[in-house]
Design a protein around this ligand. Structure first.
Ligand SMILES: C[S@@+](CC[C@H](N)C(=O)[O-])C[C@H]1O[C@@H](n2cnc3c(N)ncnc32)[C@H](O)[C@@H]1O
Length: 157
C-alpha cells in the first residue's frame, strides 16, 4: 500500500476524511493477514516493483500534482509501473476532488483524463462513484475509482 501523509492544507478534517473509513476497513480486513506496508517516497523516484506485488495501492488527491510537475510520459509510465506491481486480483483506489473548488489542477476534465490513464494501461475499472461533501461551506465532489488487475495477462500493450 502506498500512502501519502495527510494534506497540510486540508488537515485531518479535510479531503482526507472520507478515506479514513476506507483505510480503517482495509486495516480491519488486513488484521488476518497482518501486513500493511507504508512507504514515504517520491513516487516518481520509487520503483514499486522492487517490493511488490502490492494488494492495494491508494492514490488520494495526489495525481493532480504529478500531472502538474511531471511530463505526461512520466505519469503514464507510473500508471504502467503500478499495474505491473499490483498483484493479480489486487486493486488501485484513486480519489480526486474534481468540482466545487477554484483550482485549475482539479478541473473535472483534467481529473477524468488522469482517471482514464489507468484503464488505458490495463486496469479494469470496477466501481466508480462521486463522493459529495462540503468544505468551508462549499459543496465539493470527489471522483473515486476502484481499479482491479484481474489476470496475469493484464499489462500495458
Ligand atoms: C492534497 S495532499 C493529499 C494527501 C492525502 N493523500 C489525502 O488524501 O488527504 C497531496 C499529497 O500528494 C503527495 N505528493 C505530491 N507529490 C508526490 C510525489 N511526487 N510522490 C509522493 N507523494 C506526492 C503529497 O505528499 C501530499 O501528501
Amino acid at each position: 500500500m502506498f500512502y501519502s501523509p495527510p494534506c497540510r492544507h486540508c488537515g485531518p478534517h479535510g479531503c482526507a476524511r472520507y478515506l479514513a473509513d476506507c483505510h480503517a476497513q482495509v486495516r480491519q480486513a488486513a488484521v488476518g493477514f497482518g501486513a500493511i506496508d507504508f512507504r514515504v517516497a517520491n513516487i516518481m523516484d520509487y520503483d514499486p516493483n522492487t517490493e511488490g506485488p502490492w494488494d492495494l495501492v491508494v492514490m488520494s488527491e495526489t495525481i493532480c500534482y504529478l500531472g502538474w510537475l511531471y511530463s505526461l510520459f512520466d505519469v503514464v509510465w507510473l500508471a504502467c509501473q503500478l499495474l505491473s506491481a499490483t498483484s493479480f486480483g489486487g486493486r488501485l483506489l484513486m480519489a480526486n476532488t474534481c468540482a466545487g473548488v477554484e483550482d485549475y489542477l482539479l478541473r473535472p476534465w483534467i481529473i477524468r483524463t488522469y482517471r482514464d490513464l489507468f484503464p488505458n494501461v490495463g486496469y479494469h475499472r470496477e466501481v466508480e462513484e462521486i463522493f459529495h461533501s462540503t468544505k468551508n461551506g462549499v459543496d465539493i465532489e470527489v471522483l473515486i475509482s476502484l481499479f482491479a488487475k484481474v489476470s496475469s495477462t493484464d499489462s500495458a500493450k
